[in-house]
Design a protein around this ligand. Structure first.
Ligand code: ADP
Ligand code: MG
Length: 447
């Protein structure tokens, strides 16, 4: 199961063992009131109930069989339980494959009593309360899931270096050499891990890069968004990059222009419908007046709009934002601001991706350093594979292209390096990765 910031997905996955898989899933929007529930039990019991209805719908034979055995008092062993991979995309201190304590909430969540608790235990308790045939086998961050899913599905032999999320929030996880993980040496409580590969996956939590704001770009809209969020001063990088925030930045920029009056946004006299002059109106209950009222999907529409007179953007203004009879100049202005917000987001994303690629030294060998022709060819062909997931990177028009343009400008990557970076969408990566990790963690037995 995958608890993102916006959606909750339950899925069962059949791996075909040949880079392909089939997936059955159910998806619900997480109710806003549960994101700020009084107790964590409210959220986790909702999640357990979703698992229950998924099992009834898609695995009813097993579900019924399990209950009959349980009621008849028969022994229930490991193979009667589904192994669950729990993708929980918030910062945790993970101390075992299915054990991790919540450090802090992000992305608009705020449930005080969960802080410091083992989120797997919280979930298992609610699963057990419903007597479901499910054991939480692995705790997975969505970035790690994406990295795993991309490694499984990506073409060729090259392993994946980095898994990145550009959805409600943004974050990345990458493969690091174990001996560079100094934190492990300092840790008083030793974590439980396998050192045979010499590697460890690091969840960077890059969403909180530069919280001190020493290098991040800033505008009055960013400032106001942060101050009125439920975690001011935290996740400052994420607040300039990801889906939860881009719409809110645009909303604040539009409101400022309306209030300032100098720009004539939505108030010029040239708004025309069927050659009849009509004045643009903004509904009193327009989402423009509500915090988080403007969804980032609107930016994708405006940014990608190639229609005559920006008809599509004007339709969306009317339908989504209650702004009627906007002029094409209005729509064009919105498009220009949107492009600035989207481009900034993608270029900042390139900073995070580029930093990981440079820090791991994956691009540093040059053909000139090759020991022989064969080696030279290998170096020249070598790709650095990056898997990404999330609605922003998936649907925002040209997002990857902006990322690539920026990567080329980064010292240490350049045109040559950028060509070697292969970026692929790991569709449903968070769910598939969780299943892969649960499989590895829990052994191959199971229904
Ligand atoms: P989650 O973060 O819960 O895993 P998603 O990856 O679907 O879920 O990301 C949801 C975020 O993506 C929301 O903030 C939403 O505003 C944004 N989003 C949804 N559709 C689009 C779109 N077409 N273009 C850009 N952003 C989108
Ligand atoms: Mg997600």
């Amino acid at each position: 199961m995958d608890l993102g910031g916006t959606n909750f997905r339950v899925c069962s996955i059949k791996l075909h063992g040949d880079t392909t898989f089939s997936l059955t899933q159910s998806k619900v929007a997480i109710p806003r009131e549960l994101m700020v529930a009084k107790t964590s039990q409210e959220l986790f019991s909702f999640l357990a109930k979703q698992i229950e209805s998924f099992l009834k719908q898609h695995h009813n034979d097993h579900f019924e069989g399990f209950h009959q055995k349980r009621e008849a008092g028969q022994d229930l062993t490991d193979e009667h339980f589904f192994k669950l991979g729990f993708t929980f995309s918030f910062p945790v201190n993970q101390i075992g494959i299915n054990k991790g304590h919540l450090i802090r909430w992000t992305k608009g969540f705020d449930i005080a009593d969960a802080i410091g608790k083992d989120v797997c235990a919280l979930l298992q308790a609610e699963i057990d309360a419903l007597h479901l045939p499910v054991k939480v086998a692995a705790l997975v961050n969505d970035t790690v899931g994406t990295l795993m899913a991309r490694s499984y599905t990506s073409p060729g032999k090259t392993g994946t270096l980095l898994g990145g999320i550009f959805g409600t929030g943004t974050n990345g996880a990458y493969v690091e050499k174990l001996d560079k993980v100094t934190k492990l040496k300092k840790m008083e409580v030793k974590g439980d891990f396998d050192s045979t590969t010499g590697n460890m996956i690091i969840n960077t939590e890059w969403g909180s890069f530069d919280n001190e704001m020493s290098v991040l770009p800033n505008t009055p809209y960013d400032d106001a968004l942060d101050k009125e969020s439920n975690n001011p001063g935290i996740q400052m990088f994420e607040k300039r990059v990801s889906g939860m925030f881009l719409g809110e930045i645009l909303r604040r920029a539009i409101l400022a222009m309306i209030k300032d009056g100098k720009t004539e946004l939505f108030s010029d006299e040239s708004s025309k419908t069927n050659d009849v002059h009509s004045t643009c109106t903004i509904a009193d209950d327009s989402p423009l007046y509500k915090q988080w009222g403007l969804d980032t999907s609107f930016l994708s529409i405006a940014h990608g709009d190639q229609s005559q007179g920006y008809r599509i953007t004007r339709q969306a203004l009317s339908k989504d934002l209650g702004v009627d009879a906007a002029s094409s100049e209005d729509a064009e202005a919105i498009k220009i601001i949107t492009e600035a917000i989207g481009k900034r987001s993608a270029r900042l994303s390139a900073v995070a991706i580029g930093a990981v690629i440079i820090a791991t030294g994956n691009l540093t060998l040059t053909a000139g350093e090759a020991v022989d022709d064969e080696h030279k060819q290998l170096i020249e062909e070598e790709v650095v594979d990056v898997g990404v997931d999330g609605s922003l990177v998936e649907y925002y028009p040209g997002f990857e292209q902006y990322v690539r343009d920026a990567l080329r400008e980064i010292e240490g990557i350049g045109e040559k390096g950028e060509k070697r970076i292969r970026i692929g969408i790991a569709k449903d990566g968070s769910g598939v990765g969780a299943a892969l990790i649960a499989l590895v963690a829990g052994g191959i037995d199971g229904p």
